[in-house]
Write a protein that binds this ligand. Sequence first.
Ligand code: AP5
Length: 210
Amino acid sequence: MQIVFLGPPGAGKGTQASIVCRRFGLAHISTGDMLRQAMTGDSDFARGIKAILSEGGLVPDELMVEIVSNRMAQEDCKNGSLLDGFPRTIAQADALAGIVDIDAVVYLSMELEALAQRIASRRVCSSCNTICNMQLLDSIEMICPDCGGELIQRDDDKMETVRNRLNIYERATSPLVDYYKQSGLLISIDAAQPIEAVGREIVRVLERLS
Ligand code: AP5
């Protein structure tokens, strides 16, 4: 099964991707995680990626297509994969159509105004990448519920960067909703529901495809 998750920053793509990949044995391809990993090196390439992410901009389409097609050729993607954060432009979607046949595009739909609050509450585990909502944690200590690692805020979760990311989403990525609706692949899910309810709904619709 080849699945794409589409939705604005903070809609819950990463959170739901973990649930869905575990359930269906899919490889989780998060372009955001891959780019955050790539920017840790000491090279012009790493510094270039870091500069784009810290402003909330988009990495050029050509580079993203190369990164994703190389990743999809790896062994763990043979049984299917879930793309989280790609495609993000019409050009990326056109390129993806030449790489793989997509079974469904799960669109996590949410009012843009509610997203800033979610993003402000996000903390990510510095060792295992688990995503948490500070307001939903049982403990007031900032430690990962999965591995006990330190929970940190992403650099691009600062408010002025978030505003830019939301504007870019509106301009460059939201046209993909109509693009995939027209191809009959779009499955819309109300992402404002609690995490478990969103997960149950996605699993239910994907079970019909598998
Ligand atoms: P990326 O990491 O993909 O960021 P994003 O798309 O902006 O999405 P987010 O990670 O912010 O949100 P999410 O939807 O995954 O939400 P999450 O589950 O974390 O990309 C980062 C950057 O990389 C981009 O800005 C760009 O620069 C670059 N990039 C990446 N891909 C690219 C591409 N293809 N082309 C060009 N550039 C690219 O949840 C958010 C918070 O809400 C968490 O705290 C979570 O616990 C909480 N939460 C989730 N669901 C719920 C719920 N139902 N109820 C309550 N809380 C919830």
